[in-house]
Design a protein around this ligand. Structure first.
Ligand code: MG
Length: 194
């Protein structure tokens, strides 16, 4: 529905904005053992639990955004989960896994970390001013923090309630010309509603 009194601030940019979603600890939790409830589905040895309110989150954000998945997990795991979630979305614009990430040695942890570099999304013809990426791991999106929204880790808590306010916040940004200029760190308490 058109909102009264709101003149779109993205004239000249007709493409729907893009919302890129992480999987593990953001949309779902994959556990090698069963938690106190049955999993929503199984992927290989993993009991996969959907974050509470995930269906409504995907439905509401898909009204205004193209949706995509980008996880640093393996190709097979990521695609199996994307397929399970596909009935909840019109389509995934892309489903990317670890092979699309940039690997980098973390000198403090002395282990390889994986970064999601949005230049790869720009090569798809996307204007990064109109791209958001949601992740529970700030370091994974450290090259594009202006596009990032951080969400608390989900580890199977069936009382988790992070997704409804995130859907409202993301939806409220949809007409902004440049998401990178918006302060996003306080989204849980944001009044950024137009
Ligand atoms: Mg994650």
């Amino acid at each position: 529905m058109q909102q009264a009194g709101r003149v779109g601030s993205c004239d000249g940019n007709r493409m729907r904005p893009l919302l890129i979603l992480d999987l593990d600890e953001t949309l779902i939790y994959g556990s090698e053992s069963r938690l106190h409830l049955d999993a929503d589905f199984l992927v290989g040895p993993f009991h996969v639990y959907m974050r509470p309110h995930l269906e409504g989150f995907l439905r509401d954000t898909a009204e205004h955004y193209d949706l995509a998945i980008w996880s640093s997990a393996s190709w097979g795991y990521v695609h199996a989960i994307a397929d399970q979630l596909l009935p909840l979305v019109p389509k995934w614009q892309f489903v990317w896994s670890r092979s699309r990430c940039v690997s980098r040695m973390d000198p403090e942890l002395m282990e390889v970390g994986f970064l999601k570099d949005l230049r790869k999304v720009k090569r798809l013809g996307r204007d990064l001013a109109r791209v958001l990426i949601v992740d529970d791991s700030p370091q994974k999106v450290s090259r594009n923090y202006g596009n990032a929204i951080y969400i608390p880790r989900f580890e199977g808590d069936d009382a988790d309630d992070a997704l409804p306010p995130l859907a409202r916040f993301v939806s409220s940004l949809r007409s902004e010309a440049d998401f990178r200029s918006i302060e996003k760190r306080g989204w849980r308490n944001s009044q950024h509603l137009r």
